[in-house]
Design a protein around this ligand. Structure first.
Ligand SMILES: Nc1ncnc2c1ncn2[C@@H]1O[C@H](COP(=O)(O)OP(=O)(O)OP(=O)(O)O)[C@@H](O)[C@H]1O
Ligand SMILES: [Mg+2]
Length: 384
């Protein structure tokens, strides 16, 4: 019955099944691979654009439904999901060879959690199996080594600097090059030189994502970065209060001026979950009262909106920027960062884990969208 079925029939059956984030046919995007047809089975692979794809299950369901409704009855379908991160960096002259995506994490205001979010994003993407690097571009106040518990001095092999590898991440920071308690005093051109070295002279190898933690504000570093290489995009971290939102708008305006796509906004310290706190850290009496109550599924009175409610989400909508998610103010995030174990926020049972996973997935999706939406312009040749 199925002997006449061909690969073309299978691909035709999948016409109209789209990647929901990118909004284009899976077939046209080249995401359907390895179609194998035997007597009673059709096997194929859907090659996603990121292993952190938030809509994996939906895509698989829609592919299966299309096959089941459009191909002859009685067949068994085997769908395998794989992922290859797309990116513009590879083999482009002037970019960093081998690095597919470069993502800058910035903010207007200081102290809103950029470095923490940059490290969280790096670890989150890595936890899905991607190869990830993390650059601390805050040369004046490097905090990445402390957050991820990285120590050591980067060695050079030939003229290539070897990044420090910790907990599966490749890391470069001014913090590795300074004596503790020494301050960095540097002018613009030196800063430019250091940033360029961090990006181009470090042996990053093959990376799906290189995350860059920026210093606060709209100063020299983002400018020099965006001039040094084509960034995939920038993430703006913000807390919900007005003063932070004002500065975040300025950061977004700066990235737009520098022609850096804004991948989205994160609302950090969005609320404090009193129930979660008491359940985890309260005394015996508090624990007895909150026992068995869950607040992640049914958020309500137990949330305290210390800095105001939903400010960053509204600002994102107003500025036409994707909203990547909210991160609660959680004592564990601060402690894990202070202890150099920020990856522990992803441990099973960590109250921040669901929020952070969702955030990482939304960001991974925006990176994929960015890569497929704006294919890089061919280089113009000047004639004459
Ligand atoms: N969601 C959160 N819950 C609890 N503590 C947090 C959260 N996000 C960040 N922090 C804490 O807030 C402090 C500031 O965070 P971080 O250093 O990441 O901010 P930053 O924006 O990088 O600061 P700077 O502008 O100085 O570079 C840290 O002690 C960090 O642990
Ligand atoms: Mg910082």
């Amino acid at each position: 019955m199925t002997t006449t079925l061909t690969e073309r029939d299978v691909l035709n059956a999948l016409k109209g099944v789209k990647d929901p984030d990118i909004g284009r046919d899976l077939v046209d995007l080249g995401m359907i691979k390895d179609v194998r047809i035997t007597e009673n089975t059709v096997a194929l692979t859907v090659n996603l654009t990121t292993p952190a794809c938030p809509l994996k299950a939906q895509i698989e369901r829609e592919v299966r439904t299309a096959l089941e409704t459009r191909l002859p009855a009685g067949l068994t379908f085997q769908i395998t999901l794989t992922a290859d991160v797309r990116g513009k960096g590879v083999s482009e002259s002037g970019d960093i060879p081998g690095v597919k995506n470069v993502i800058a994490v910035g903010s207007g205001k200081g102290g809103v959690g950029k470095s923490t979010m940059a490290a969280v994003i790096a670890h989150g993407l890595r936890s899905y199996g991607s190869k990830v690097g993390l650059v601390d571009a805050d040369v004046y106040g490097p905090s990445v080594p402390h957050l991820v518990g990285a120590t050591g001095r980067p060695m050079a092999i030939g003229d290539r600097i070897q990044p420090i590898e910790t907990a599966g991440l490749k890391i470069m920071s001014m913090g590795f090059l300074l004596e503790p308690d020494r301050a960095v005093i540097m002018r613009g051109p030196m800063l430019h030189g250091i940033m360029n070295q961090f990006l181009r002279q470090v042996d990053w190898g093959t990376l799906d994502y290189l995350v860059i933690d920026l210093p606060p504000g709209t100063g020299d570093v983002p400018l020099t970065l965006s001039q040094s290489l084509p960034l995939t995009g920038a993430v703006v971290v913000c807390t919900p209060q007005e003063v932070a939102l004002l500065d975040a708008s300025r950061a977004i305006a700066m990235f737009r001026q520098l022609k850096v796509p804004v991948l989205g906004m994160i609302e950090n310290m969005a609320f404090f979950d009193v129930l979660a706190y008491l359940r985890e850290r309260g005394g015996p009496e508090a624990k007895r009262i909150v026992e068995g109550r869950s607040s992640f599924d049914a958020p309500g009175d137990e949330r305290v909106y210390l800095f105001g409610r939903g400010g960053a989400r509204r600002k994102a909508a107003q500025l036409g920027v994707p909203f990547l998610g909210e991160v609660p103010l959680n004592i564990g995030i601060r402690e894990d960062g202070d202890h150099g174990k920020i990856d522990h926020v992803f441990d099973a049972g960590s109250p921040s884990r669901p929020y952070l996973m969702a955030l990482v997935e939304q960001l991974a999706a925006q990176i994929s969208i960015q890569n497929l939406k704006t294919p890089k312009m061919p280089k113009l040749e000047v004639i004459g």
